[in-house]
Write a protein that binds this ligand. Structure first.
Ligand SMILES: [Zn+2]
Ligand SMILES: [Zn+2]
Length: 273
């Protein structure tokens, strides 16, 4: 059986746990694959790792990789924000590409900070959420050209505070068309999309990213996915995993991706838990 999380934060960025505590909890919860993905250094991101923190992070992950070799497969990754790409894929085993910020008229605002800030972003678009969504998905599509990126993080993060659909209906045809075009481009480039339960763990959402309709669309287009918890607290390492596997199955998927020492591989959905 495969139990994997490749989206994991620690005290080096905005997570609660030291690297080794996270590994021990992963082993206790029966994970077979754990990847760390600290926020890569990014000038506009208060949550990102510092350059000196990054060096320690890399050393720490390599140390647990060795120490727990017989118990769990550990990988060194990074979550790169589009605002500041990493200079090189080396030394990382994999890279998550994410968009956390909107830059408009010289202002930079965080997409996932709070509902109030999300409203400010929409105001920057003269109250037109669709224009925001169009820009957002067009920007994320650019990651198709980012060779270092393996996984696209939380595809529809812009709907973090939209559980009640107060910003936009998840069925809005224009909204869906922007998201679907983005999915076409990313899956066409072979990027893996993640089903991300992080906002559930932190009480913002009841369902993972991407929203069900988009997840079904990814399946229709032959897109590859994996499940992750965007973990910032080791107690939430497997948050909503059982329910998400059910959702993934309902959306038509029969397989998911997992990471090995030789790169990404695909396995039948039945092998995941
Ligand atoms: Zn993120
Ligand atoms: Zn993250």
């Amino acid at each position: 059986m495969i139990r994997q999380n490749l989206h994991t934060h620690s005290i080096y960025c905005d997570g609660k746990d030291i690297i080794e505590e996270m590994v021990c909890e992963a082993v206790r919860k029966g994970f077979t694959i754990l990847g760390f993905s600290g926020h890569g250094p990014c000038a506009v991101d208060d949550c990102a790792m510092s350059e000196s923190g990054l060096e320690k992070y890399i050393r720490d992950v390599h140390a647990v990789q060795e120490k727990y070799r017989d118990k769990i497969h550990i990988f060194l990754g990074i979550e790169e924000d589009m605002m500041q790409r990493i200079p090189s894929k080396d030394p990382y085993d994999y890279v998550i590409g994410s968009k956390h910020f909107v830059k408009l008229n010289g202002q930079v605002k965080s997409i996932d900070y709070s509902e109030a800030v999300s409203r400010e972003i929409v105001e920057m678009y003269n109250g037109d959420f669709l224009r925001f969504a169009q820009d957002y998905y067009a920007d994320i599509s650019r990651m198709a050209e980012f060779d270092e990126v393996d996984i696209i993080g939380h595809l529809d993060l812009l709907t973090k505070f939209n559980e009640d659909e107060s910003f936009i209906s998840f069925h809005d045809p224009a909204y869906l068309s922007f998201a679907e075009e983005c999915i076409d481009i990313l899956t066409g480039a072979g990027k893996i999309l993640e089903v991300n339960t992080g906002a559930i763990a932190r009480g913002y959402r009841r369902m993972p990213y991407p929203e069900k309709q988009l997840l079904s669309y990814i399946h229709e287009k032959g897109g590859k996915i994996l499940l992750s918890s965007d973990c910032h607290d080791r107690m939430m390492l497997d948050c909503f995993y059982r329910e998400s596997l059910e959702l993934i199955r309902k959306c038509g998927f029969t397989s998911m991706m997992y990471l090995t020492e030789g790169g990404f591989q695909e396995a039948p959905l039945d092998e995941f838990r």
